[in-house]
Design a protein around this ligand. Structure first.
Ligand SMILES: NC(=O)c1ccc[n+]([C@@H]2O[C@H](COP(=O)([O-])OP(=O)(O)OC[C@H]3O[C@@H](n4cnc5c(N)ncnc54)[C@H](OP(=O)(O)O)[C@@H]3O)[C@@H](O)[C@H]2O)c1
Length: 332
């Protein structure tokens, strides 16, 4: 493998946004390692994507205990790159991980107990070979554990220096407000929320973004391309080797209906009028809202990464374009 030195121009083209009311700036585009970075994937492609991302100003890499497959392998692969190519750059990186979904058998291997969260964070640190993560998330709310216990575990991780900031993911607006106040009372601010948000999934526009703005919490939408649906990939159906074509993962062939394909083609035509690819327009749409700190993309190739990054060149929308988008998606 060729030796790596990061590009001297790496901070030239990226935009950095303040995360809520915190002191932390995040790149407008961040890279997530949910799919394409596990042991089932090519390590050399993983490495290329991550290093190209860093060379393009992406300082934020998002992981979770269960990313792979197999679970944990994305953190192990990322740790390998961190201890090698990226070793000189740890202070230029914002690394996040999460705990919430099933990781090991028995009653302590998922959800939101203090026992699970803190054990999981220790495992994540070991897999990545680092002393601390920058952001530690509660990956999903646990209906059976007091919120105070889950958030108390995040606070503890921050106080012990194992995480610099605390975040929440998949919390609804009301729980988000409660979580914000509990963390505030504990003395560890809620830095960021990670919700599912894309042109196709617009729930967060109905309250969550308002709460985040009022409380000064950052927002980093996950699956901003709806797992690849909002790209040129599925315009003619399901291509080979796409996420929907793979046996593992969460995008099902049955999600891709002829009605959806029609809408995607119309969105693609609109994107072309803006001189953008569908992926670029979809990311720009999220970034045109100033409450969005960063869009958390996935990529299975360096070509996709570079295509998506071009979204930064035009994040403005006319009223008429916004109306057209909603009309295509039949959103009032
Ligand atoms: N907090 C949570 O509960 C949660 C849940 C899900 C994800 N996440 C985070 O969000 C990150 C992103 O999620 P995601 O991977 O679903 O994001 P996404 O950006 O919506 O989808 C990424 C997929 O879209 C396709 N793609 C990306 N750029 C493309 C381009 N320019 N042209 C054509 N196709 C393109 C690729 O699909 P192919 O693989 O088919 O090529 C790629 O794997 C995850 O890695 C993770 O960090 C968090």
């Amino acid at each position: 493998m060729e030796e790596y030195t990061s590009s001297a121009d790496r901070y030239k083209h990226m935009k950095y946004n303040r995360c809520g009311k915190s002191g932390l700036l995040l790149p407008a585009v961040s890279l997530g390692l949910w799919h394409n970075f596990g042991f089932v994937d090519s390590f050399s492609t993983c490495r290329d994507i991550i290093l190209q991302a860093f060379d393009s100003g992406i300082t934020h890499f998002d992981l979770a205990n269960n990313y792979g497959p197999p679970p944990g392998s994305a953190e192990t692969n990322f740790g390998k790159i961190l201890s090698g190519d990226l070793a000189p750059y740890r202070d230029e990186l914002i690394i996040s991980t999460k705990a919430g979904y099933l990781m090991w058998p028995g009653p302590y291997g998922e959800w939101g107990s203090r026992k699970y969260l803190l054990a999981s964070l220790d495992q994540s640190l070991r897999r990545m070979g680092i002393d601390y993560v920058d952001i530690f998330y509660s990956h999903r709310p646990d209906p059976d554990t007091p919120l105070e216990e889950t958030l108390g575990a995040l606070d503890h991780a921050v106080r012990r220096g194992k995480a610099l900031y605390a975040g929440i993911s998949n919390y609804d607006p009301e729980l988000t407000r409660r979580a914000y106040h509990i963390l505030k009372d504990l003395g560890t601010p809620c830095l960021i929320h990670q919700p599912k948000y894309s042109l196709l999934v617009r729930e967060v526009e109905k309250g969550l973004l308002d709460v985040l703005e009022e409380e000064g919490v950052g927002c980093i939408p996950f699956s901003p391309l709806a797992q690849g649906l909002l790209t040129s990939k599925y315009l003619k159906g399901i291509p080979k080797d796409s996420r929907a074509d793979k046996p593992h993962g969460f995008l099902n062939r049955s999600d891709i209906t002829s009605g959806l394909i029609k809408k995607l083609n119309k969105l693609n035509d609109l994107a072309a009028k803006r001189n953008q690819s569908l992926a670029q327009m979809s990311l720009s749409y999220l970034l045109h809202d100033r409450r969005i700190t960063s869009v958390l993309i996935g990529a299975s190739s360096v070509i996709q990464l570079h295509d998506s990054l071009e979204c930064l060149k035009n994040t403005e929308f006319s009223d008429s374009e916004l109306v057209q988008i909603n009309r295509i998606l039949r959103i009032k």
